[in-house]
Design a binder for this molecule. Structure first.
Ligand SMILES: [Zn+2]
Length: 299
């Protein structure tokens, strides 16, 4: 239970994606062929486990009818979301977090505007999604595409995959994941997102951009439960810990170790577990996005 109050949510900029309907179809899969589409270099993942690796879309055309139904169902589900449901249902939680982010950020950052492409939720069973950055398979995990300003989340990732990775699927942890991708949107608005082009490695531009997105997620959390009209109930330590658990699980070193490899800092793209926790906490403790300058000194 993290949201408070009751009533409907603004679902106008959240829709189902990748289930065969909507924007993805046609462009990405065509007549049932395999869309071997390379994700553009500028796409921002939650983790480095698949990030930057060109994705091959799964064949999906044949399943179009069935999957399209999944999209319709998800869209209907999204429209039925209320604040109460956001406390029990993952899709509605993503909707409510989107609402909260779009409410909090304008108070923190002058000139903030919601992502033009909105939030896309991939239903379980959806195989891939098309964005202006290319086609991403469902196992890509959450990401943000700056070209069409779309933030994408998979129900399966939020509920199950993150837990398998050693993270938490508790409500606030899921909200942190949404806030991280919106952190990339903020970067898109203020111009720091382009710094990700500066290679990989422990102190690379990529790592610095990812850590700043974590910090921005913390900034959102610092404000989301305060003031009149706050959508979140006051956060408790347990809830914050769930986000920290996830931040730890998706650190480059932890992911590599869990894959049976020795962590190789030369290949880091998102930051270590310790760095991710540090920068999320920095944002949460200061509530000031200007304290999220990950581009100076050693991160
Ligand atoms: Zn990211």
């Amino acid at each position: 239970m993290t949201f408070q109050g009751n009533g409907p949510l603004d679902t106008s900029d959240v829709s189902s994606g990748g289930g065969g309907g909507g924007m993805g179809r046609g462009m990405m899969i065509g007549g049932g062929g395999i869309g071997t589409v390379v994700i553009g270099l500028i796409i921002y993942f939650l983790t480095g486990s698949t990030g930057g690796v060109p994705q091959q879309a799964s064949p999906g055309g044949g399943a179009g009818g069935a999957v399209s139904q999944a999209d319709q169902q998800m869209d209907q589900h999204i429209k039925s979301c209320t604040i109460e449901l956001a406390n029990t249902d993952t899709a509605c939680r993503i909707v409510a977090t989107t609402n909260s982010l779009n409410k909090v950020w304008p108070t923190v950052l002058k000139g903030y505007r919601p992502p033009k492409g909105g939030t896309k939720i991939m239903p379980t069973g959806a195989q891939s999604i098309n964005t202006a950055c290319g086609v991403a398979s469902a196992d890509t995990g959450p990401f943000y595409c700056p070209r069409d300003e779309v933030a994408v989340f998979q129900i399966d990732f939020m509920d199950r995959v993150i837990k398998r990775m050693g993270g938490s699927n508790a409500p606030f942890s899921q909200e942190y994941i949404v806030a991280h991708e919106f952190g990339h949107h903020v970067q898109n608005l203020i111009g720091t997102i382009g710094k990700a082009q500066a290679g990989v490695g422990a102190q690379s531009g990529s790592v610095r951009v990812e850590l700043q997105a974590d910090c921005f997620a913390g900034v959102w959390a610092a404000h989301a439960d305060k003031g009149q009209g706050a959508m979140l109930k006051p956060l408790n330590q347990q809830e914050i810990s769930s986000a920290i658990t996830t931040a730890q699980a998706i650190g480059d070193d932890t992911i590599q170790r869990n894959a049976g490899r020795n962590p190789n800092p030369e290949s880091f793209s998102h930051g270590t577990s310790a760095q991710r926790v540090k920068w999320f906490s920095q944002g949460y403790q200061t509530g000031d996005y200007q304290q999220c300058n990950t581009f100076v000194g050693t991160v």
